[in-house]
Design a protein around this ligand. Structure first.
Ligand SMILES: NC(=O)c1ccc[n+]([C@@H]2O[C@H](COP(=O)([O-])OP(=O)(O)OC[C@H]3O[C@@H](n4cnc5c(N)ncnc54)[C@H](O)[C@@H]3O)[C@@H](O)[C@H]2O)c1
Length: 371
């Protein structure tokens, strides 16, 4: 691998700015060499703001740039699969935003492509990098909770009822709240408890979102703005998931309600995004108490950023790019990889089918593909 690793970002919207540009910048031995976006005005603005050598309106030109070793795909969801396939064919390492794809078939094709190309691949399940989530995972792996019996996740936010842009159309997003917010929480379940075997889901749309923020008419949404499902994990635990952006008073983003609770035979644990440096822990027959996340979980050791964050809601997100680029340098597979993206996609597909057919559905079992 040449030093530094040349990185190209495709799609220079919100998540590229908030997470990936600073993430690459605090990764040792990496350099942002190119950006691509069909929006010329935005591209020019980003080039100045971010001081980037080259820009492309066509993402394929960035993918074929010889100085680009790794691409970060930050486009709307419908472009993840075609761009990842092109990048894999060109031998580029790929960090792809979530959800991995529009559907399970696409996700399967993506995993096969990166596996046969031998490139590093990662799905941007960013919230795995919240210090509180990293610590909770450590405690699970150390057996602190005993056998996990229940998992529950709530993602409640209070967003305006106006258009969500590309996010509110199935052909561009796959699904609504399920793909946008619940996908991360499905990954929490897999990360903390293990594979989900069966689901029974429900979706609902409450508002048409047929006006933009300025009041101009737009085509109405055809996606869910609330989703929920029950799950049985392969290991025997049960799961309850609920997610919506229509929960008045719940805030949004890092200040919104993002809650995970696990109950095990020996104790329980709670993660909340609003408190990224704290967990709640309880022993059997005891009471919940607040525990500060030990400092070793505050940031990845390789991340070139201050351990004490400038912005506690934001800075831990950058460790995702550090993990991706460190794995490339060390010639190992990043985590979470496309395998985790595919497993999440299989659960979403089962939830959609379950609601359509009003029954419990098994999660596709071929998603335990090798890395
Ligand atoms: N991991 C997370 O926490 C997180 C948070 C937000 C968004 N996301 C994901 O990131 C992706 C982008 O979301 P966003 O909020 O930044 O959206 P956005 O709309 O702000 O930005 C998307 C960008 O992609 C560009 N684009 C459109 N077509 C393109 C093409 N053919 N080639 C290159 N660029 C193209 C658009 O012009 C825009 O600049 C989505 O998949 C979303 O689900 C993930």
């Amino acid at each position: 691998m040449p030093d530094p690793i040349g990185v190209g970002i495709v799609g220079v919207g919100a998540i590229a700015e908030y997470v990936h540009v600073p993430g690459v910048r605090c990764s040792p031995g990496a350099r942002l060499v190119a950006i691509a976006d069909p929006n010329r005005d935005l591209l020019d603005r980003r080039q100045c703001e971010w001081d980037i050598p080259r820009t492309y309106e066509d993402p394929l030109d960035l993918i074929h740039d010889d100085e680009v070793d790794a691409v970060i795909l930050c486009t709307p969801n419908h472009l993840h699969a075609p761009l990842a396939l092109a990048a894999a064919r060109a031998g580029k390492h790929i960090l792809c935003e979530k959800p991995l794809a529009l559907n399970l078939d696409e996700a399967r094709e993506m995993l096969v492509a990166v596996s046969s190309a031998g490139v590093a691949h990662m799905t941007a399940f960013t919230y795995r990098f919240v210090p509180a989530m990293r610590y909770l995972k450590h405690l699970v792996d150390a057996g602190h909770f005993g056998t996990i019996r229940h998992f529950r996740s709530q993602r409640f936010q209070d967003w305006p009822e106006t258009s969500l842009g590309w996010r509110q159309y199935r052909r561009l997003a796959g699904s609504g709240e399920l793909a946008d917010m619940a996908s991360h929480r499905i990954d929490f379940g897999h990360h903390l408890v293990g594979p989900i075997a069966e689901v029974c889901g429900a979706l609902k749309q409450f508002v048409p979102r047929d006006r933009d923020a300025e009041g101009n008419p737009v085509p109405p949404s055809d996606t869910d703005d609330w989703c929920s499902f029950l799950a049985f994990f392969e290991g025997g635990a049960t799961g309850v998931f609920e997610s919506t952006k229509l929960a008045s008073g719940r805030g949004s983003g890092g200040k919104g309600h993002d809650f995970v609770e696990i109950n095990g035979s020996e104790g329980s644990g709670i993660y909340e995004l609003r408190h990224p440096y704290r967990v709640l822990l309880a022993r059997k027959e005891g009471e919940y108490r607040e525990v500060t996340v030990p400092r070793e979980f505050w940031k990845l050791p390789e991340a070139q950023r201050s351990e004490v964050p400038d912005d506690p809601e934001r800075d831990w997100r950058w460790d995702q790019d550090v993990a991706f680029l460190t794995a490339i340098r060390e010639r190992r597979l990043p985590s979470p990889s496309f395998t985790e993206g595919l497993r999440c996609q299989a659960v979403m597909e089962a939830v959609l089918r379950s609601w359509q057919e009003r029954r419990w559905c098994a999660v596709a079992s071929d998603t335990k593909l090798s890395r």
